[in-house]
Design a protein around this ligand. Structure first.
Ligand code: HEC
Length: 127
C-alpha cells in the first residue's frame, strides 16, 4: 500500500516535470513566432508581398481571371506573379496607400499597407 503511493507520487512528480519543461519550450516557440505575426521590417516578394497580394488583390486582379470574374478590375493590372506585380507596383502603391484598393473586405491593416509601400520604395525585391 505504502509502496504504491510512493510510486504514484514519483509518477506525478515526473509528469509535472515533463509538463513544465515542455511548457517552457512551447513558450519560447510562441515568443519567437509572435514577432513574425506582423509584416517583416524588410518585406520581399518571398517573405511577405506574395501573401499580401494573395490575401487582398488576386481575387480580382489575376491573369487567370477573365470577364465578370475580374469584378471590373482593369485587364492587365494583375498581381498573381512576381513579374506582373513588379510591372504594376507603382500603381499598387498609390492605391493601397490612398485606401482605394482593395475596395472591399478583407482590408489590410495600416502596417500591412505600409509594408507594401516599403516594398515598392525598396525597389520591389524578390527575396
Ligand atoms: C473586389 C475586387 C478588387 C480587389 C480585391 C482589388 N481591386 Fe483593384 N480594382 C478593382 C476595380 C473594379 C478597379 C477599377 C475601378 C477603379 O479604378 O476603382 C480596380 C482598379 C485598380 C487599379 C487601377 C486604378 C487606376 O487608377 O486605373 C489598381 C492599381 C488596383 N486596382 C490595385 C489593386 C490592389 C493592389 C489590390 C489589393 C491591395 C486591389 N486592387 C484589390 C477591383 C478590385
Amino acid at each position: 500500500m505504502r509502496k504504491s503511493i510512493l510510486f504514484l507520487l514519483a509518477g506525478f512528480g515526473l509528469a509535472l516535470f515533463f509538463a513544465l519543461s515542455c511548457g517552457s519550450g512551447d513558450d519560447a516557440a510562441t515568443d519567437g513566432s509572435s514577432g513574425a505575426s506582423g509584416p517583416p521590417a524588410d518585406p520581399t516578394w518571398e517573405n511577405y508581398i506574395q501573401a499580401f497580394f494573395d490575401d487582398y488583390c488576386v481575387r480580382c486582379h489575376s491573369s487567370d481571371l477573365t470577364g465578370s470574374a475580374r469584378q471590373n478590375a482593369p485587364v492587365g493590372i494583375d498581381y498573381d506573379t512576381y513579374e506582373l506585380a513588379v510591372q504594376n507596383a507603382d500603381h499598387a502603391k498609390t492605391h493601397v496607400s490612398d485606401g482605394m484598393m482593395p475596395p472591399s473586405d478583407p482590408l489590410p491593416t495600416d502596417a500591412e499597407r505600409n509594408a507594401l509601400v516599403k516594398w515598392v520604395d525598396n525597389g520591389t525585391p524578390q527575396n
